[in-house]
Design a protein around this ligand. Sequence first.
Ligand code: A2P
Length: 392
Amino acid sequence: AYHNTHTRNHPRRHALHHNTMLRRGLLRCGSIATAAVAAHELSSRSQCASAPAKPTHARMLPLPPIGLGLWKSAPGEVHAAVKEALLFGCKLLDGAAAYGNEVEVGNAIKEAIDEKSVKREDLWIVSKLFNTHHVWEGDTSRPKAALEKTLKDLQVEYLDLYLMHWPVAIEQTDLKPYGGLRLKDGTPNPKLNLKIEYIETWREMLKLKASGKVKHLGVSNFTIEQLEALFKEFPDAKDRPEGNQVELHPYLAQPELVAFCKQHNIKMMAYSPLGSGDSYSGKSYPEKGTGPFQTPKGGMPLLQNPLVKAIGDKHGATPAQVLISWSVANGFTCLPKSVQPHRIAENLGAVNSCRLSAEDLEELKVLDCGFRYGIGYLTGYFDCPNAPWYTS
Ligand code: A2P
């Protein structure tokens, strides 16, 4: 309700409106930023303290603790969402070529910079190299072509962080981001030719970093085994991924992967932190409750979980804020998606509104049951001739 139409597309009114919001305590960006950064630094320090003698990196990737997730943000909605988030003080935009919205995101970033809502150098712009642009059968031109397109779409000279979206390559390059990967009824396209591939693609990604067009490199949806395989091939610390973005929330806490990444100073980024209620899988799988990665315990939407709600009530916070604070308290960079301004503000203010105690965190541990909302390229989902199933 706070977002009235007069503020739309008018930066000065936006700024004034933003100040009113700050005064009313609906949004406390200064303290949000301070609290969040303090939490982040605390977690980075504790992570450094327990780092192994030869850490992968000298220090953890200094990502802001909360960003704006752009997966599922449709063209037509994402432009306004990005601009609102930047006005609210958000410094991290988590996008990907496969989200099909980089042109619109790019327009929003450019406008925000031109309107002086944010400086380019203060932003973390993240994108991901999709499966269609891995190295395929010796064709090493694909990763560079993907980066060039993303930079052009986003209208930026460089990315702050470029992730390999999945450790999976697809032969076909002419897929539409969504739809092309699936048939009309939503089932996966059985004609896709897929294979596990990340070594050769990573080699090319290192070249992209050397070109200066990418400041930091990371991966997404990688298991411990896949990270270890990458380390073996690229033993030099400077050539290893600085981050791993995976699905992380109280139903899927992934303690072993988290500990492994912490040990190697790999920053964890949490996607679907609110349970991805608007994704294809968020809708159907919780109802089924019994897939290879599903359990009845995890069948309830995260945002409606009574324990999450009760902890929120105790702190005067919303369930979304509890979930985001859980992520931040664990040292993850949390990437909630929203296209609604009041929720974007609510999410960015999570740490300020809800500081979870050690007891809260302990209580939330009972929810961890390995429940995965997004089973993307995991076992059994893509029924393709060459499907690269893995089980961890
Ligand atoms: P919307 O974009 O309409 O706000 P996830 O980040 O786990 O993928 O979850 C995204 C889903 O959660 C979307 O449906 C989004 O809807 C919704 N969402 C985002 N923020 C909140 C919030 N603060 N409270 C309730 N739902 C939210």
